[in-house]
Design a protein around this ligand. Structure first.
Ligand code: HEC
Ligand code: HEC
Length: 157
């Protein structure tokens, strides 16, 4: 029974994703793993793993002591658990999915570290400087400032 409910819910979410895509917004499954949400949601929103390929997440998890200038180091067991989750759910992961226009840019062996350097991102976010200087925004990686449902995986226009 619970399995049936889960399947029905999964189908409903897919239908919603298609409807929203037609309406001009995009969906990528949000982080659902509790440890990842906590550890990777402390300084910024936990980014949906589908924005990067698994090897990018592995590279990122291997360098947490110098994470974009911050020390985000974690105990090794936690880092390993989070890495496994992110890789599973990455754009190329067995449980993951990506956005086609975002993944087009990623070279077959490339390990980009930033979502915000993807030309697909830059194309959608070609705003004047004053937008980025707005104290409510501050940085491109502050998805929630402009996408209030980003934490649930929705990136609306
Ligand atoms: C101690 C604070 C901190 C923690 C904890 C942290 N991050 Fe970050 N993260 C940052 C900062 C600072 C940046 C750079 C933000 C910017 O340039 O605006 C960043 C950027 C990123 C980016 C690139 C965003 C972009 O610009 O596209 C990714 C991906 C990322 N973090 C993933 C993670 C993951 C995965 C975890 C959990 C293992 C994590 N972060 C935990 C501080 C943190
Ligand atoms: C300053 C506000 C702002 C910030 C910050 C921002 N976005 Fe956006 N984003 C927008 C707007 C506005 C659009 C719609 C652009 C358009 O329609 O051309 C958009 C579009 C998108 C789209 C495409 C949606 C579609 O319909 O094709 C994605 C995916 C996306 N953003 C992801 C992100 C992610 C991930 C982050 C954080 C790393 C982020 N955005 C940060 C304003 C922002």
């Amino acid at each position: 029974m619970t399995r049936l409910v889960a399947v029905a819910l999964a189908i409903l979410l897919q239908v919603m994703a298609v409807m929203d895509a037609l309406a001009g917004s995009k969906y990528l499954p949000p982080v659902t793993d509790a440890l990842t949400r906590k550890a990777c949601g402390e300084c910024h929103m936990p980014f949906p793993p589908g924005f990067l390929p698994g090897r990018s997440w592995s590279a990122l998890m291997g360098g947490l002591d110098d994470h974009f200038g911050e020390d985000a180091a974690l105990p090794p067991e936690q880092a390993a658990q989070i890495e496994a989750y992110l890789v599973q759910n990455a754009s190329n992961g067995p449980n993951g999915r990506g956005l086609r226009d975002f993944m087009r840019w990623v070279a077959p062996a490339g390990t980009p570290q930033r979502i915000t350097e993807n030309p697909a991102f830059l194309r959608e976010h070609d705003f004047p400087d004053r937008v980025w200087r707005d104290p409510k925004v501050v940085t491109k990686s502050n998805c929630l400032a402009c996408h209030p449902r980003a934490d649930q995986g929705w990136f609306d226009d």
